[in-house]
Every structure is written in C-alpha cells, then in structure tokens.
Design a protein around this ligand. Sequence first.
Ligand SMILES: [Zn+2]
Length: 114
Amino acid sequence: MKEVFVNQDHARVGYYKSVLDEAGIQSYIRNEYGNNITDIPSPLFFPTLCVVNDEDYESAMGILGDIYYAPTSQLPDWNCPKCAEWIPGSFDLCWACGELRAEAKINSNGDENT
Ligand SMILES: [Zn+2]
C-alpha cells in the first residue's frame, strides 16, 4: 500500500480514485471521513488516496499526473501567495494548501478595479 495523493478536498480525492478504478488499479481512500474527527484541519487527517499494490504506484502516479498537468487552458501557471507552490493555470485553487488564486478572488468579488 502506497499513498499517491493527499488533499483536503474529498471530492477531488474521490474523483482521482474513480480514475484509478477505470484504469484497473486497485485503490482506496484512507481518512475518507477523517475531517469529522476534529475541527482543526490537519494534513494528518486529510483524505489519502492509496494504491493497494505497490507495483501499481508508478502507473497510478503517471495517470494522475497526466490529469493534473493536462493542458486544459491557455492560462499561465501561477504562484500561490500562501505557500509559494507553482500551480497549473487551469486550476483556481492551490493543490497544496487550497488557497484561491488572486484573479479568481477578484472575479468572485465583482468589479474590484473600478
Ligand atoms: Zn498554496
């Protein structure tokens, strides 16, 4: 058993699991309901996608990497202001810490520049 993906977003972890299911890779989610244990978000309790067979680890990472970094838009990569991680332009949320992209914040607030 090896961890392939950790994220506080249950939906995304579930989606990645369904992708591995389709690829025929056995996997399961640890801490699927872990956030209910405490009100304090901690990476220790984030949902964790694991492959059952260690030999599937490389192919699982390859498949998930293809999805994660698939060029779905022309947007440039952006640098997370919170944790300094570089995020593919097609994402509005930092995959590492969940911070919202600055442009997305401005858009959601309406016309902030006027
Ligand atoms: Zn971040």
